[in-house]
Design a protein around this ligand. Sequence first.
Ligand SMILES: Cc1cc2nc3c(=O)[nH]c(=O)nc-3n(C[C@H](O)[C@H](O)[C@H](O)COP(=O)(O)OP(=O)(O)OC[C@H]3O[C@@H](n4cnc5c(N)ncnc54)[C@H](O)[C@@H]3O)c2cc1C
Length: 1010
Amino acid sequence: MTPTLNPAPRLPFPYRPEPEVLAALLRQLQGRLDWPGVIAQARPWVQAVRDKPAPFWALESLLREYPISSSEGLALMRLAEALLRVPDAETAIALTADQLGRADFDGEGGPAEGPHKMLAQISASAIALSKKFLPESENPPGLFQRLGSRTVVAATVRAIQLLGRQFVLGRTIGEAMDEAATQRKAQARLTFSYDMLGEGARTEADAERYLASYRNALRAIAGGRVATSPMAADGISIKLSALFTRYEDAQRERVAAVLLPRVRALVDEAAAANLNLTIDAEESDRLELSLALFEQLAAHIAATHPQWQGFGLAVQAYQTRALEVVDDVARIAREAPCKGGLRFMVRLVKGAYWDGEIKRAQEAGLPGYPVFTHKHHTDASYLGCAARLIEHHAVIYPQFATHNAGTIAAIVQMAQQQGAAFEMQRLHGMGEGVYREVLAATPVACRVYAPVGEHRDLLAYLVRRLLENGANSSFVHQLADEAVAPEELLASPLDAAAATQAAPALALPVALYPDGRVNSTGIDLACVAQRAPLEAAVAMTHIAPPPMDTPADVDTTMQRLHHGFEAWHARPLAERAAMLRTAADALDARLPEFCGLLVKEAHKTLGDCVAEVREAVDFCRYYADQAEARLAEQALPGPTGERNVLRLKGRGVFVCISPWNFPLAIFAGQVVAALVAGNTVAAKPAEQTPVVAARFVELLHRAGVPADALALLHGLGETVGAALVAHPHTAGVCFTGSTAVARLINRTLAAKDGPIVPLIAETGGLNAMVVDSTALPEQVVDAVVQSAFRSAGQRCSALRLLVLHSASADGVIEMLKGAMAELVVGDPALLATDVGPLIDDEAYAGISAAVQNLERQARLLGRTPMDSAAFPRVLAPVAFEIGRIADLKAEVFGPVLHVVRWGPGQAAKTVDEVVAQVNALGYGLTLGVQTRIDTRAERIAAAARVGNVYVNRNMIGAVVGVQPFGGEGLSGTGPKAGGPHYLYRFCAEQTVTINTAAAGGNAELLAGLA
Ligand SMILES: Cc1cc2nc3c(=O)[nH]c(=O)nc-3n(C[C@H](O)[C@H](O)[C@H](O)COP(=O)(O)OP(=O)(O)OC[C@H]3O[C@@H](n4cnc5c(N)ncnc54)[C@H](O)[C@@H]3O)c2cc1C
C-alpha cells in the first residue's frame, strides 16, 4: 500500500510578523551567550586569515577586485553561469564579447580599465594557472580547441573552469574521494558529505540518473564495509528535487508514490553501511512537505534500522519557522515507533535562496515573507536554533554549517557549556582560512560539503556561491575586506536586532509599489491555512447561468445608460475613483468566492483563478489612481489675460465586450476603465461566462456605481453584441477577442452614420519564444511549459511557436518532452491539476481538428499522457516540429505548441532573420527571448513588432501597472490595458480658454500678480 503524506500543517503560519518571531528566538538565547567572549575567541581567527590573504586567483580575491555589484563582477557571474554550456563556438564568442563589453577580441588596443582589465587579469591568471595545475592532456576538447584562434575566449572558458574547480572536489565520486584522502593527510579529522551536482530534475530520466548517481556514491563511500559511526564516516547530501520532477506540495500523492520509495532505497543503502545521509533544504514552499516525508522515512527507519543514527535533514535558519522545524524533528525522533526512539543528524544552515524567496513572495502578493529580511535576524535565528538543537542533543546530533567566524565562536561556546557532541561544516572551496584557524584552536569535528560533478552541472551551484561570496552582507566578503574592522565583522546580531527593533527591512508584498498603490492579495497554495477557504468555496459553488437578453433589451438598456450619462459624468472624479477602490477591497476580501466561480464557470485551475482575481483587483486600484493622476483638469500656459485649461471627459455610453478566457479580469478592466473616465457602460460578457461577470457588476453597484451608469447584457455576440455595437447611442467600443470579430465590429462602426466611434481592440497572437544556445535548458523548459500549456493554452499571450537554436535544440526538445510527460491534466478544481479542460465543445472540436492536421503535416515531438476518461473536454498538451516559421498560419487557441529550429542550415539562419520572419506573421502580441547575451536580447526587443517582450522568463501573466498588456498589428489597436495611456482612449478632450481681460482690462497684470 502506498503511504500517504499527511497534509495537516505541523508548523506555524509561514508569514507571521518578523518581530513576533524574532522575539521568541531571542528569548531562547537569554543569558546563554557571552558575546565579548565570542569576539575574544573569533578575533584572532579573523586576524590570522587576514594576515595570510588568499592567492590572487582565489575567488575571494577576484570578488574583492570585481564585486558582484560592479559591471565587471556581474559579467564574471554571467559568464560563469552560461559560458561552459554553450555548445557552438559562434555563440560562445558572442556571449563573451557581450559580457566583456567588446565586440572584437582580436582587435588591437582598447582601454586598460573596466571589463578589459578584468578580462586581461582573468585570462592571465587562467593561463598561468592552467600551466601550473593542469596537465596538457586535460585541455578540454571541442569548444576550447575550436576556439583556439580566439585566445581570449578560450582563456575565459578556462578561467571559468578554474573558478568552478575551486568548488568541486572531483568530477566523479572516485576523483572526489581521492581528493578527500589527500586533504585528510593534512587534517586527519576531516569528514566529507558528497553532493552530486545538477539542476532539479525536469524529466523522469534525469531523476533516475540522479538516483543512480547517489546510490553509486553511497556504494563507493561504503566500499563494502560498515562504518563504525556515521559521525566519523563520510556520507552524502541529497536534493529531493533531483529525485523527482514534481517535488511540490500540490503533488503530495505522487511524491508519496514515486519520491518516497526512491529516498527509502537510498536510506536503506546508507543505513546498511552506517553512513550519514542528509536531505538538503530547498525552497520554503517545500518545507512542510519535506517534514512529512521525513516523518514517513523515520517510521521506515524505526522499523528496519532503529540503531542507525546517520539520517539527517538540513534546517534553514533564515526561515521564520526554523525553531519549530528543529522541535518537530526532535519530536519525530522521540516519537519514532521503536524502543528508545531514533537519533537524527540536523545540519543547521542559514539558507541559500534568500533572494528567490523574497521575489516569490512579492510576485505572489503573499501576506509576508517566509524568511527574515535582515541579515542579523537570520544570524540571531541561527543562534536561537543552535541553542535549541543543543538542548535536543539526546535525539539530535547537531551539525553547524557556517563560514562565519562569529557564528562559529558562539556555537562552540554554547555547545561546550552544555557538553554536547556536535560538528561544524563548511562548503568545499569556502571558509578554508577560518576553519584552518578554528581547528587549530579548538578540537571540533569538521565536515566538508563536497560537490561532485562535471563542469556543466556545476554552473548553477557556482553562481550561488559567487552570489554568496560577493554579497556585501556576507561574512566571507567582509572578511576579505580590510576596511571592515574586526569589531564590526564580529558585532553581535542580537544587539543589531535590538537596535532595529526587529522591524522588517523590506516593505511587505502588499506595500510593494512605491506610489502607494496597494498590491492585490495572493495566496500561497502550498500553505493549507491559505488554500483551505479557496477549496471550501470551490466545493460550495454552483453555477446557474441567467437568461439571455434580446436585442430589444439592448435598446431599452442603451436608452437608460444614455440618460444616465450626464449624472454619472457630473460625479467628481474622486468619487468615481473611490467607488473603484471600494470594489477592489471587496473583491480582494472575496477572493475565494470569485475563485469558486472561475473554477466552476470558466474551468480554470486554482492557481489561474487566484492570479485572475488579483488582476481584477489591481485593475480597479490602478485605474482609480491613474484617473486621479491623469484625468484631472490641467492648467495650460498662455499669454497674460487669458486662462487655459484642458479637461478630459467621458464620451457617453461605452460598450465593453469581453472574452471567456479572462471572464473576470478582462471584463473588470474594461468596465472600470470606462466608468472611471466618466462613461456609462453597457457590458457584455462572453456567453460562456456570464455569472462571474454578473457577480462583479453587483459588487460595483454595491460600491456605489448607479444602475443607470452600468448595465450587464447577457447574450450571444451575433445578437446582443452586434446590437450593442450598432446602436446609435454607442460612443465607444472596447473589445477583447478574436481578430476576426474585431474586424467585424470595426466594419459595423464604420458603416454607421453619425459620429465616428472609437474602438479599442485587443485580439490574438502568434506568439514566439526565441531561444539561443546560451539559455539554460531547464529555465527554457519551465518557461515553455507555463507559457504554452497553462490555462490549457487559452490565453492570447500564450506561446505558440518555440524557435530553438539548432545547436541546443535536441537537448531542449528532449527535456521538454520529459517535462510534458509529467504534467497532470484533468479536473481544474483539484490542486494537483496543471492543465484543465477547454472552454466548450466547439473549442474542443476545433482544436482537436487542428491537432489532427498537425499529426499529418508535422513531426510529433511530445504529448502529455492522459487517461481518456480524465475529464470532459481535456486535450492533452502536445508539441509538433514544423519546418519554417512561415508554416504557422493561424492561432490554435489551446495547449498546442509548434517548434522550429534556427541557425546554420535552417530557414532562419540568424536571430535577425528569426525576428523578421516572426514579424512577417503579422501579429504582434507577446515575444519570449531566452539568452544570456544582453545585447542580443535588446536587439531582438528593438526589432520585434510586438507589445510585450519577456526576457528569460515565461511570457504570460502580465501584471497591471508593471507590464501593461496589449499588442500591435493583427493583435490589437492599443493602448495597453493596465498601462498609463489606457484611460485617455475612453475620454473626449476639451480645452476651455477664458479671456480674463474681457471685462475692461487685465486687472491681474496691472496689480502685479500675473
Ligand atoms: C555544509 C553546508 C551545507 C549547506 N547546505 C545547504 C542546504 O541544504 N540548503 C540551503 O539552503 N543552504 C545550504 N547551505 C548554504 C547556507 O545556507 C548559506 O548560504 C551559507 O553557508 C552562507 O552562510 P554563512 O553562515 O556561511 O555566512 P553569512 O555571511 O554569515 O550568512 C549569509 C547568509 O545570511 C542570510 N542572509 C543574507 N542576507 C540576508 C537578509 N537581508 N535577510 C535575512 N537573511 C539574510 C542568507 O541565508 C545568507 O546565505 C549550506 C552551507 C554549508 C556550509
